[in-house]
Design a protein around this ligand. Structure first.
Ligand code: GRF
Length: 208
């Protein structure tokens, strides 16, 4: 059984998708947040999943917050830490501590559009395809080895909100598959690439 700790900052729909996928041989050990009012915390607590929060504003430095968060996370002895809409830039110390067992979902086709406001930027850049990326986390923001990507079309009348909704549906499909593949030992990092063993269920997708 693999212990998974999920970090969220808000609504937590990706966390919900992972929980509801009922992935074999994993246990959602806890859902943690930097925001005690994150809607996803209440959702998890209602399902008897351990929840906790730490307000980053109460810490005088990014590193102090990350160290306190690491203590909370490590109490659950995680095999995998999943960033599911966790809206914090992480220190190199945090990233190194969980090297090879920390994954993130980012709402763009990396390496395009690292950082925030990805959907607005994809529309402004005239992209015809947008999407999401699940990747291992390294100290450089949104740059770690890519596990999976899902693509959707961008339509002429899209707004950031309509595009975000289309991408989110793909996020909810890919993220549980990525967690399942990690838990089953099907993902290997070689250099800055992820090589999936032949039995990996995960394929990148082009979805309309
Ligand atoms: C998702 O779009 C994710 O890609 C981004 O933040 C959003 C989180 O949504 N990092 P939710 O909290 O999972 O609903």
């Amino acid at each position: 059984m693999k212990n998974i700790v999920i970090l969220i900052s808000g609504r937590g729909s990706n966390m919900q998708a992972i929980v509801e996928a009922a992935i074999p041989n994993i246990r959602i050990a806890a859902v943690l947040s930097n925001n005690e009012n994150a809607a996803g915390l209440a959702w998890a607590a209602e399902r008897s999943i351990a929840t906790d929060s730490l307000n980053h504003k109460r810490f005088s430095s990014r590193l102090e917050f990350d160290q306190a968060m690491m203590e909370k996370i490590d109490a659950y002895q995680p095999d995998l830490v999943v960033l599911a809409g966790f809206m914090r830039i992480l220190t190199p110390e945090f990233c190194r501590h969980y090297e090879g067992r920390l994954i993130n979902i980012h709402p763009s086709l990396l390496p395009a559009f690292t950082g925030l406001h990805t959907h607005e930027r994809a529309i402004e850049a005239g992209c015809r395809i947008a999407g999401c990326t699940i990747h291992f986390v390294t100290p450089e923001l949104d740059c770690g080895p890519v596990i999976a990507q899902g693509a959707v079309p961008v339509f002429d009348d899209d707004t950031a909100d309509t595009l975000a909704a289309r991408v989110l549906k793909v996020e909810h499909q890919l993220f549980p598959q990525a967690v399942a593949d990690f838990a089953a030992g099907r993902l290997k990092i070689i250099g800055n690439r992820v090589v999936r063993s032949p039995s990996a269920k995960l394929e990148s997708q082009l979805l309309a």
